[in-house]
Design a protein. Structure first.
Length: 672
């Protein structure tokens, strides 16, 4: 039986000893929110390895949490099982039952065949309404102050991504209009700011998370109903102080919430308790104002190494045209900066290796290309990903556009298998097309529909681009006039609509054509800034294909490829860089680094990228030797000493990339 999220295109396989016939069920029978429910009859359900299972009784009390190689038995009674799989899934069933987390699968079994209710909830969030505002900063302040109406709680549990809803959309108009029916939490928190778009843009994600109102003032600061004041001016500057406030509040909420509905052994809590005098148990039931006062008694420098690497920094030009982007930036809980960077010349982007290869190899341009001389490298941040919403072509960040956000929001539910389309429009580049058989669709437990096309005409390519598919991988020539076909060229700027969600244009200088695909309906894709050498592009294409097939988001895939590729800096992302083509097996996209030590043992470091299914605030429990503690998902675990046998056992659990000596390998062959 397959549970599908037809909007986010995620799947979760429930294996039963024999086929079952799901019948509709009443989803209100579940204690936690579900979007759909069925009933089945079986005596056993097997899940993918390392699926965490939380068990609650009929009153909602947590009885157990079963994770790596654990086992629990439960007697007669009614139970609710929460399954942390590819799609948030719940089981309602009567005991007795047993749960065994084995190395290769987790098994829920019953004494005999019985009825099991299966419910599921999509991770896709849609805004509840649209707020109209003028570009007057005072109106914008009032408009974004209602963003917190999307929070499902103002307790510390809002640090879980599933309890933070999408803020209302913003639309520019002639007057401010806030629809009736929006329930804004009364937290007693306000953020005082000079009424400028720059200050508002930077503070909006923090205001959303805290349920705070934005009010005009000469100096920026946070004020609570109890009189506590936290200033945003200081030696680090306004933008950095706001970022630190968001990170510190969010991180300590993640620590305090371990007193709540998920009582887990969290590494970060143990470390915070060893360094501070925070009353974590008492703070769980405290008011938001009381918690904030206690949080900011803790010096930021004492916890900065524990704060997880932030998922996203978005550089947003404080202009009227970007006001409508604020709900999307806030939904990502991004750190917002005013755009600042260093201009980069085209010669720096174009690798010197081109000259050496041109004599014996081909480039992937179809003709003349015009060098873009407005490249910019954004000011460095401490985030996994960066997005650029301003003039210029960013190097090392996604070029994000309003169309990308809107296209993702308007993504229609799609039934059927995950669609992968590969187009190879040049005979000399066939070496890269072996990914059709070797990579795409090779994931166990996921259903794919992979189509490959070769040497297309203009009409055929236009038809393929219009067809609905989850991912398009294009191999061929591109120049200023468009995609090379056997009878001419197709300029993406002339397309009314494209059906693909994500794409990879592995061709020379495909940046402008990629932006045009986003404007025509795509959500995001990987493109090139300059000429790329065919033989090198083949290597990048194969590695990226395998990462994307493994669930890595677009921007994160490029980060890993840059580890061992001389030309990966010639590739970038347009649109939404956080988009994943398929789901990551464990919710987060994982890679490991292995290093040798001077005294014998190997050292293993474990890194995780957040995804749409496991956003910032999610938990991971790496199956590391001797470890059973949880970590915040993007925090990572470094320098774990392992023997070669322990490393083999760990890498056998899941196929993931392994970085060793500045090269990318794969776990299924690294120690073979």
């Amino acid at each position: 039986m397959v549970v599908r999220d037809n909007v986010e295109r995620h799947q979760f396989l429930l294996r039963t000893p024999s086929s079952v016939t799901p019948k509709p069920a009443d989803r209100t029978q579940f204690s936690l929110p579900t979007d759909a429910a069925v009933r089945i009859e079986t005596d056993r359900i097997a899940l993918t390895a390392n699926t965490v299972v939380c068990v609650r009784d009929a009153s909602g009390t947590m009885l157990a949490q079963i994770d790596q190689q654990g086992a629990e038995r439960f007697g007669a009674g009614s139970y609710s099982l929460e399954l942390f799989g590819g799609v948030k899934t719940y089981l309602e069933v009567d005991g007795p039952l047993s749960i065994d987390a084995e190395p290769l699968e987790t098994v829920v079994s019953f004494e005999d065949t019985r009825e099991v209710l299966v419910g599921a909830r999509s991770s896709h969030e849609s805004p509840a309404t649209t707020v109209t505002t003028t570009d007057d900063p005072l109106d914008v302040m009032r408009a974004v102050s209602v963003f917190s109406s999307a929070l499902k709680t103002t307790s510390v549990e809002r640090s879980y991504p599933t309890l933070r809803g999408h803020p209302p959309l913003l639309e520019l108009g002639d007057e401010l209009h806030i629809p009736d029916g929006l329930t804004v939490p009364d937290t007693g928190i306000r953020i005082e700011l000079p009424p400028t778009l720059r200050h508002i843009f930077v503070a909006t994600p923090l205001a959303y998370y805290l349920g705070a109102k934005l009010v005009p003032s000469e100096s920026p600061r946070l004020v609570t109903e109890t009189g506590f004041v936290h200033e945003f001016d200081g030696p680090h500057g306004f933008e950095e102080n706001v970022a630190r406030t968001l990170k510190q509040t969010f991180f300590l909420d993640c620590v305090v919430r371990t007193e709540g509905i998920y009582d887990v052994e969290l590494h970060e809590r143990q470390t915070v308790e060893s360094r501070t005098t925070l009353d974590i148990e008492g703070l769980y039931d405290a008011s938001l104002s009381e918690r904030l006062a206690a949080y900011f008694d803790v010096p930021y420098d004492s916890i900065v190494d524990l704060v997880p690497e932030w998922k996203l920094t978005t550089h947003v030009a404080p202009e009227s045209d970007n006001i409508e982007l604020l709900p999307f930036v806030t939904n990502d809980l991004a750190v917002v900066r005013t755009p600042s960077g260093t201009e980069v010349s085209h010669s720096e982007v174009q690798t010197a290796a081109v000259d050496d290869f041109l004599r014996d190899d081909i480039v992937r341009s179809a003709g003349t290309t015009t060098a873009n001389d407005t490249y910019v490298r954004p000011q460095s941040s401490n985030s996994v990903e960066q997005a650029w919403i301003s003039e210029g072509t960013p190097v090392g960040a996604s070029k994000t556009t309003p169309a990308a956000y809107r296209n993702r929001l308007q993504r229609e539910p799609t039934t059927g298998d995950i669609g992968i389309t590969v187009v190879c429009n040049d005979q000399e580049m066939l070496a890269e097309s072996d990914i059709v058989d070797d990579v795409y669709g090779s994931r166990d437990g996921l259903s794919f529909d992979v189509d490959a096309y070769y040497n297309l005409s203009r009409a055929e390519l236009r038809e393929i681009l219009a067809e609905p598919t989850d991912f398009l991988h294009y191999i061929g020539h591109i120049d200023d006039d468009g995609f090379q076909c056997r009878d001419g060229k197709v300029d993406a700027e002339t397309l009314d609509h494209v059906g693909t969600g994500a794409f990879f244009l592995n061709a020379c200088q495909s940046y402008d054509q990629g932006l045009a695909l986003v404007e025509a309906g795509a959500i995001g894709g990987i493109v090139t800034f300059s000429e790329v050498i065919n033989s090198q592009a083949v290597g990048v294409g194969r590695t990226l294909a395998r990462l994307l097939n493994g669930g890595f988001p677009l921007q994160a895939s490029l980060d890993v490829v840059r580890t061992d590729s001389d030309i990966a800096h010639q590739y970038g992302v347009v649109g939404d860089g956080s988009l994943s083509v398929v789901q990551a097996e464990s919710g987060v996209a994982v890679y490991c680094e292995v290093t040798e030590t001077t005294d014998g043992p190997l050292e293993l470091s474990y890194h995780a990228f957040n995804t749409s299914r496991a956003g910032i605030g999610s938990l991971i429990i790496p199956a590391l030797p001797g470890g059973s503690r949880y970590y915040l998902s993007s925090a990572g675990v470094s320098n774990i000493e392992v023997t070669e046998d322990e490393l083999k056992d760990f890498l056998a659990l899941q196929e993931i990339p392994v970085v060793y000596d500045s090269e990318v390998y794969w776990s299924d062959s690294f120690l073979a």
